[in-house]
Design a protein around this ligand. Structure first.
Ligand SMILES: Nc1ncnc2c1ncn2[C@@H]1O[C@H](COP(=O)(O)OP(=O)(O)OP(=O)(O)O)[C@@H](O)[C@H]1O
Ligand SMILES: [Mg+2]
Length: 419
């Protein structure tokens, strides 16, 4: 099988690493890929991954058997629709299916129709109406840009003025079209957890849960980021959480989408809060998470390519997925200035040494290969993923390994997977 992977971050390196282990893979290509992925297959730089026509041309020119899409932007742009029209098999939701992530108002409407537990909310395009409405609700206030804002579109605050300012900022164009509608919803209190599923249009099979660390600094302080670390399994969850998420959240959503003629074939990521009234949905993402992918694929005992081909064809095998009896921890190494203004171009050392440590895998996120060696090329630079019999064992190994990586200004959280 010839596979094209769309994307270039840590999630995509991990997807490539797992797909390369398949017994049916012959060729692996990534657009744009990254220096880590380059050890697994060819990388095609210089193509905008939201340019659906260019992705179709690339897939046809390389006689691709399956296209796997990592990030949300190409999915929201309709790359799967274009590939399918051109007769190229792809795994990921169509443009309308991807609206579960690319429009929070749409997701709320689907959840309302499907009877899925979530926060009460209202959507606004008129800033004065949004501001007046905020006067009537209790703090904490939750104001969200409707569209894709890459983790930067949501404000949770006790401060009414700040909440009203955020609504004004969104609607007046801070996030472009993505903010022209804002969703204002009730605050939900409780622990957050992510549950992922592989969907084949009618059925959903759950992956194991994972917990990520969004905030920049130890103790959950500082700004939200794309994710500073992650671990799996998550042992302090209600035993039936995954099954309930499939039967009470994901299956009803798939059925409601199907009523509208939308067959959802793709990963579906439910961001949940465990409230006193039970689990409630914060949001959906129409792709796997980053860094969750890195730990989940380190634990998955399945041929990923076979799984995605059958899901793309609409007939996933029955029964739960197989998992290795081991835990995984990912520590994300970031650049100085991240998340707002990351420094780039710092020389990186220690990657090969760390990759040779048993049960440790380095997944590249933002790195660049130069004649003088590897350098940093963005905010999240490398993922250090270690596995072990227990989370504490995997954690100790991940931090031991991370201590051998060096680049100027390096920052990582010291409390990932700390019990
Ligand atoms: N109703 C709510 N009550 C309390 N906290 C909330 C609520 N909605 C969102 N949050 C907080 O804001 C964070 C981001 O919100 P959400 O997941 O909807 O946005 P996002 O930008 O799509 O995030 P991601 O980048 O993870 O996809 C959540 O992880 C949670 O911590
Ligand atoms: Mg989201």
């Amino acid at each position: 099988m010839r596979v094209l992977l769309v994307g270039g971050g840590g999630r995509e390196h991990a997807l490539g690493w797992k797909l390369a282990q398949s017994h049916t893979i012959t060729d692996l290509i990534a657009v744009p890929g990254n220096p880590g992925f380059a050890q697994l297959g060819a990388c095609i730089p210089g193509i905008d991954i939201k340019d659906t026509e260019a992705i179709v041309d690339l897939a046809l020119a390389n006689a691709i058997d399956l296209v796997v899409i990592g990030p949300e932007a190409p999915l929201a742009a309709g790359v799967v629709d274009a590939l399918t029209e051109a007769g190229v098999r792809a795994y990921g939701p169509t443009k309308t299916g991807a609206r579960l992530e690319s429009s929070k108002a749409f997701a709320k409407e689907i959840m309302r129709r499907a009877g899925v537990p979530t926060a009460n909310s209202r959507a606004f395009t008129d800033v004065d109406e949004a501001i007046d409405y905020l006067e009537t609700v209790k703090p904490p206030y939750v104001v969200k840009a409707d569209g894709l804002a890459y983790g930067k579109g949501v404000l949770v605050t006790e401060d009414l003025i700040a909440a009203q300012g955020w609504a004004r900022l969104c609607i007046s164009g801070e996030f472009g079209e993505a903010g022209s509608t804002v969703v204002i919803e009730d605050h939900l209190a409780g622990q957050e957890v992510s549950v992922f599923a592989i969907c084949d249009g009618t059925r959903a099979v759950a992956l194991e849960p994972a917990r990520d660390y969004k905030r920049h600094l130890d103790g959950g302080r500082g700004p939200n980021t794309g994710g500073m670390g992650c671990y799996s399994p998550v042992t302090d969850l209600p035993d039936d959480l995954v099954d309930r998420t499939i039967t009470q959240v994901i299956d009803p959503v798939l059925a409601t989408l199907a009523e509208d003629g939308i067959e959802y074939r793709g990963f579906l990521y439910a961001g949940l809060v465990l409230t006193d009234e039970g689990p409630k949905v914060l949001e959906f993402n129409c792709r796997l998470g980053d860094p969750e992918t890195q730990v989940l694929l380190s634990r998955l005992n399945e041929d990923l390519l076979e799984l995605l081909v059958s899901a793309a064809e609409g007939y996933m095998p029955d029964g739960p997925l197989q998992w290795y009896d081991r835990a995984a921890v990912d520590v994300v190494l970031t650049a100085a200035g991240y998340p707002d203004n990351p420094e780039v171009g710092r020389a990186i050392s220690g990657v090969n040494e760390v990759n040779s440590i048993p049960n440790v895998q380095v997944f590249h996120a933002n790195t660049k290969r130069t004649p003088d060696g590897l350098i940093t090329a963005g905010g999240r630079v490398l993922n250090i993923v270690a596995t072990g019999q227990t989370v504490p064992e995997a954690r100790a190994l991940a931090y031991e390994a991370a201590s051998h990586i060096h680049f100027g200004g390096i920052h990582f959280r010291r409390d990932v997977a700390q019990s």
